[in-house]
Write a protein that binds this ligand. Structure first.
Ligand code: NAP
Length: 254
């Protein structure tokens, strides 16, 4: 793994399990100092302690990304504890509510957007001024194929991820030439707790995918860490996808 991540400070949201946990572990293994975040701070803390026990540098905090004041505090705390902020992995996300629009709960629908889109914006809003001031920083917004195609029962999730894909492009437009490396990243259909909820719903074709056919988290982690290195500079501003054969080839999975 590239040594260029050594000493960099990375903030990973949704790092208590799944893709975020995998990304935090891999970034720490590559020498980055990592802040792990989830609403369940105890769970994030357990992962951080395990990373530290294996020689990595990791801290954890409880934070709900839908609360801007809490996010602002989290970013200040990350800088204070780890000495800066170079990489944001904007990964926290929820799938629910899984429901058809006509019968969906308006509050649950709004909560999804508040986490998946507004929450992601909150973290970007909190980290971007300093990244711009120092002329450098990487932001990876974890996207989804659902940003580009509707799936029955997932109207909130698809709409939020579509909004996030546009936010990635808006950041690229506004920060061009100022050292900000921003990406969207679609991890493919990966074996996490989110997929447990999807299978249980029985809604749409994704819920029918047998667990054994899901991709391992480690593959997506490899793609995500690649975006954090200079080797991915040519992809800045784009949504990289684990379903894209040329992208898989460049990370050794082709
Ligand atoms: P997961 O296993 O359900 O993990 C989600 C993580 O996000 C957890 O750590 C969770 O911890 C955290 N989180 C949720 N809401 C949060 C909030 N309001 N504030 C802070 N943290 C929050 O999901 P995953 O599959 O790893 O998904 C990670 C990302 O990949 C998501 O953005 C998802 O949309 C995307 N994705 C996943 C798949 C897939 O097949 N799994 C496919 C495409 C895209 P707490 O609940 O403790 O907060």
């Amino acid at each position: 793994m590239s040594s260029e991540l050594k000493g960099k400070v990375a903030l990973v949201t949704g790092a208590s399990r799944g893709l975020g946990e995998g990304a935090a572990r891999a970034l720490a293994h590559a020498g980055a100092k990592v802040m792990l975040v989830a609403r369940d701070g105890a769970l994030a803390g357990r992962v951080a302690r395990d990373i530290a026990g294996k020689g990595g540098q990791a801290e954890a905090m409880a934070c709900d990304v839908s609360d801007y004041a809490a996010v602002h505090k989290l970013v200040a705390e990350t800088r204070a504890r780890l000495g800066g902020l170079d990489i944001l992995v904007n990964n926290a996300g929820v799938i629910e509510p899984i429901a058809e629009i006509a019968t969906s709960d308006p509050k649950a629908w709004a909560d999804n957007i508040t986490i998946n889109l507004i929450g992601a914006y909150h973290v970007i809003r909190a980290v971007l001024p300093e990244m711009l001031a120092k002329g450098g920083g990487t932001i990876v917004n974890v996207s989804s194929g659902a940003a580009y195609r509707p799936l029955e029962g997932w109207s909130a999730y698809c709409s939020g991820k579509a909004g996030l894909a546009m936010l990635t492009r808006a950041i690229e437009l506004e920060t061009k030439g100022r050292g900000i490396r921003v990406f969207g990243f679609s991890p493919g259909t990966i074996d996490t707790e989110m997929q447990v909820k999807i299978r249980a719903s029985g809604m749409n074709m994704i819920s029918k995918i047998p667990r054994g056919d899901l991709s391992p988290v480690e593959h997506a982690v490899r793609g995500l860490v690649h975006l954090c290195t200079a080797a991915a500079d040519d992809l800045v501003g784009q949504d990289a996808s684990m379903r894209d054969e040329p992208f898989r080839q460049r990370i050794g999975l082709g």
